[in-house]
Design a protein around this ligand. Sequence first.
Ligand code: FAD
Length: 457
Amino acid sequence: MNTTAGTGEPIIVVGAGIAGMTAAFRLQQAGHPVRVLEAEDRAGGRMRTVERGGYHMDLAAILLIQNYTQMLDLVRDLGIEDTTLPTNNVVGIKRDGRVHRIRANKPTDLKRSGLMPWSSMPAMTRLQADLTKHQGRLRWDSDLGEVASLDTETAADYAERRLDKELRDYLVDPMSAMFFNSPPDLSVINFLFSMPAVNAEWFNFHDRVDTLTTNLAARLDVETNAEVTLVEEVAGGVRVHWSRPGEPDRVEEAAAAVVALPGPIAARLCPGLAPASLDYLENLPYVPDIHVYFGVDRKPSETATCVLFPTREHADLGVITFNHNFAPGRAPEGHALLTSYYRYPWAIRHWDTDDDTVVELTHEVHRQAWPELAKHIEAHQDMAYVQRWKNGVILRKPGDYARLREFNRGLDPRSRVQLAGDYLAFSATNSALVTGERAATRVRQVVTTGAVAAGRG
Ligand SMILES: Cc1cc2nc3c(=O)[nH]c(=O)nc-3n(C[C@H](O)[C@H](O)[C@H](O)COP(=O)(O)OP(=O)(O)OC[C@H]3O[C@@H](n4cnc5c(N)ncnc54)[C@H](O)[C@@H]3O)c2cc1C
């Protein structure tokens, strides 16, 4: 096995997203030779950036928050602090055609900006009280299965019961659009979790968000274009099968493996998991995402990093980000990069629509939702790019956290195959990273104590 140097037992990591590469990096730091197998031609997964004509498009993750403490620790351990900077954290919310701008770490802006009327102050106080009450349990490194007792209603029902219609329509609803969802579907936990997450200072990487995953990949032995087809636990180790078009199939052996893939793919590759675990992974409620980038040769006047669209403003459009306002280097000098994100039912309806039509439909949506911006984009567009993610983020409905808890309890901590990935937590880079660190700790325990898990239920 061609692993990086190290004196510990060799480990294979499957999947070079942030979860897998964090696991690999931590294992390598602990002295294990580690090899990472990645199906795509590049590492990074949903933390990846592409460049077109000088525009840097962060293909999935875009927003990073100062309370991503585990990510900031990793940045420090990689010695790349100088690639990060604090960034603009102004969020716009559309109401009656006007953008209300709120600094994410200044909840009082909800009132000051005129977004919320004075009559909503008691509801805002109740929301603040709930956030304070639950903040200890809703951390990035929390085991979210353990918050199942709070997971009894949708975000919409919570807003109806505990807040008021204004907060429901102009805060809870647009916040859920940040995750391509809608409050009628979404567990209240997601809303409560996302509020403190964005109620903070933000940071980012100069030029492109994948600076982190690129730096991780540069320090690891990552085999790209290596599609793993099977991960088997055998006596005293694991056997990993992978293939590359036009080449004979390969089998590699190691002491243990971390499988850091979207749930349904993990289920396909790990048939040795318990039937209930496989069933959970196969049926994870991922929602697809379609979003469209527009490069324009003149900056629009908007100063927010993103503008959220409550359903009352537009049924399908969720968010427009102004990527050039997020951090430097996203667009060539004097140009701007904007991205339009849809709520997931639109993505389902248009999954098979070709890219040119998606771009045309998006222009039409802009004309409906924000006519002045639509004019600006159409007059100055010099690039459009459509990105689709089949397994975008997880839509957790009430009751899903109890299922997550059962799933976690059903996993064997002594197994030589440990799982990582954002489906074990809230769908975000930092929580995916935490699951990678956890999986690394577990495989280390298994291989260093010599626990033989092969065949154990
Ligand atoms: C549109 C969008 C916007 C988002 N915005 C944000 C944001 O602003 N901030 C934030 O923090 N999070 C955001 N997220 C969520 C975040 O991107 C993910 O939660 C996180 O990146 C998931 O990391 P992961 O390592 O668990 O999975 P992934 O990144 O999906 O990694 C899995 C890896 O496994 C590889 N793979 C798949 N099959 C195989 C196989 N058979 N063999 C080998 N390799 C395989 C994949 O190619 C991939 O590289 C966003 C997600 C989306 C879709």
